[in-house]
Structure formats: structure tokens, C-alpha cells
Design a protein around this ligand. Structure first.
Ligand code: GDP
Length: 295
């Protein structure tokens, strides 16, 4: 496992050979390689710094276990720390004591938010839950149609009020409708912009205050790499998120955004998107992601 990292750490290990403790002086090259590997995996620079400092703390003074290759031992420290930072285990969706559970979807345009809304609805439907999706993106009329089409595809109803209504009002009425229908979960798709935009954030904050979601999920495109950290910070500060969905992991990214999102927000990544199809959603597993980032 982690052949690529092991290979690049080979030179660094030479310094450890014949030593029985990992020390500040013999570990610097190895830490440097970890730093490089994480940056190549698109982890945000600031997040890398914090993470590497943590690994250094953990590794320092560790006894080199006889019979164990110190390289493997060090990689295990890095791997364990990665898993720990990303949350150890999968965190499921929030569930309301009294249905419907309200899930608010947030994120920039093009990240896969509307697709993720339908993916989640299908995921829940397969678990015998009933859902309603709510279309509040009145700025891109195509977004409402997109959600309606997806709803037909997965057999989940969509609540919409056209593109002239106020998004906050649509969200409120959508939750009311979900109560009336007696569904288990209502998923609210919201408008995104290409970049963080003050009006968008203000509207999202108003929707959140109105519907009081049990889960506020930030949809993050894994391909955005470094930027994922800044995006997450802004949404966490201005809206407050309770989790994230990392999309487009079927691309060639190593998935470093996962570490950034988790470390910056302190909130779990709950699902990953692995394709354009509505079925292409998987629960997030920190150990699998750690392997992907390090490989
Ligand atoms: P929104 O603007 O955030 O609502 O984004 P959309 O849901 O419309 O998705 C934008 C584009 O990304 C569409 O072409 C989707 O098919 C695509 N997309 C969404 N999720 C994924 C994913 O996990 N993998 C891939 N490859 N494409 C995705």
C-alpha cells in the first residue's frame, strides 16, 4: 500500500536506518515528502502545514519498532493521522425526531448541487424513505427544469413555484408541502453562483433561518483542489454547514479537497459523487479517502 509515497520516502529512510528513535533531525526529509505528496493531491497549503506539524508531533520520539521498516511505520503514522483528521468513520445524514428531515443543499454553480440533490433523494428512496425535492433556483430557469427532469427519472416529486417567486418563500412552502404529504425527507436545492456572491449568501442565510434545516450540506467540486478550503471557510462562517458532499471524485483528482473541507469546517464529508448518473453517490469513508490521497 502507498507504493508511490513509500518510493519517494526511500531516500528519507536512509537517514533513519540504524537509529532507534525518530528524531527532529532524521525526519525532516520524510516530512518534506509528505508535504509534497499532499500538495500534489490538491490539499490546501495551510491545511498541509497544520497536518504536517501534527504528524511531526506524533512521529517524534516514536520508537522505531525492531523488525518493522521505519518507512512503513512512518507511513502508518501519516495514514492514521489522515483518517483521524477526516473523521474516522462515516457520518450519516441527520434525521429529524419528527419528520420531515429538512436538508439544505448549498454550493457554487456547476459543482453538482442539483445532481447531488437528486442523488441523495434516490439514495434515500432506496432505503424506503419518501422524499420531496424543492427547486428554489429561480435565477436559472433551466435549474428548475433540470430538477423536474431528475425527479421524473428517479420517481421523486418536485415542489416548485416557477421563477417569479421568492426563493425563501418557495423553501418555506416546500417544507409545508412536505409536511402535508407526510414525506420523510425534504431536500432543498438552492441557487449557486460561479463565485461567492454576497446576495447569494444572504439569500441562503435567509432560507436557512426560515426552514431550520437538520442538515446543511455544502457541495464541493473535488476538482477545485486548493480553492475548496477557502470556499468551505466562507460557507462555514457565513451560513454554517453541518456536512459536505464532495463531487466529481470519478475525475483524476486524488481527493485532497476532502482533507481541506474537513479540517477547515470541522464538519464531516457525508457522501462523495463519483459520476454524472443519479446512482453515482457513495457514503464517504475516511480510510478509503486517506488511501487515495496517499497513493
Ligand atoms: P449545480 O450547478 O451545482 O447544480 O451543478 P449540476 O448538478 O448541474 O452539475 C454540473 C455538471 O457536473 C453536470 O454536467 C453534472 O452532470 C456534472 N456532475 C455532477 N456531479 C458529478 C460527479 O460526481 N461526477 C462527474 N463526472 N460529473 C458530475
Amino acid at each position: 500500500m502507498f507504493d508511490a509515497l513509500a518510493e519517494r520516502l526511500e531516500d528519507a529512510w536512509k537517514k533513519l536506518r540504524g537509529q532507534n528513535k525518530i528524531s527532529q533531525s532524521n525526519i525532516q526529509d520524510a516530512l518534506q515528502e509528505v508535504r509534497r505528496a499532499l500538495l500534489e493531491a490538491d490539499v490546501n497549503l495551510q491545511v498541509v502545514k497544520t497536518f504536517v506539524a501534527e504528524v511531526e508531533q506524533k512521529a517524534l520520539g516514536a520508537e522505531v519498532i525492531s523488525g518493522v521498516n521505519p518507512g512503513q511505520q512512518f507511513i502508518k503514522i501519516v495514514y492514521d493521522e489522515l483518517v483521524k483528521v477526516m473523521g474516522e468513520s462515516n457520518v450519516p445524514l441527520a434525521q429529524a425526531d419528527k419528520p420531515p428531515t429538512v436538508i439544505l443543499m448549498a454550493g457554487l454553480q456547476g459543482t453538482g448541487k442539483t445532481t447531488a440533490t437528486a442523488k441523495l433523494a434516490l439514495y434515500l428512496r432506496k432505503q424506503n424513505q419518501t422524499c420531496l425535492m424543492v427547486a428554489t433556483d429561480v435565477y436559472r430557469p433551466a435549474a428548475i427544469d433540470q430538477l423536474i427532469t431528475l425527479g421524473q427519472q428517479i420517481d421523486v416529486p418536485v415542489f416548485e413555484m416557477g421563477s417569479d417567486a421568492d426563493p425563501v418563500e418557495i423553501a418555506r412552502a416546500g417544507v409545508e408541502k412536505a409536511k402535508e404529504m407526510g414525506v420523510d425527507t425534504v431536500l432543498i436545492d438552492t441557487a449557486g453562483r460561479l463565485q461567492i456572491d454576497r446576495d447569494m449568501m444572504a439569500e441562503l442565510a435567509r432560507i436557512k433561518a426560515t426552514v431550520n434545516p437538520h442538515d446543511t450540506l455544502l457541495v464541493v467540486d473535488a476538482m477545485t483542489g486548493q480553492e475548496a478550503a477557502n470556499l468551505t471557510r466562507t460557507f462555514q462562517e457565513q451560513i454554517g454547514i453541518t456536512g459536505a458532499i464532495l463531487t466529481k471524485l470519478d475525475g483524476d483528482t486524488r481527493g485532497g479537497a476532502a482533507l481541506s473541507v474537513r479540517q477547515v469546517s470541522g464538519q464531516p464529508i457525508k457522501f462523495v459523487g463519483v459520476g454524472e448518473k443519479v446512482e453515482a453517490l457513495q457514503p464517504f469513508y475516511p480510510d478509503r479517502m486517506a488511501s487515495r490521497i496517499l497513493n
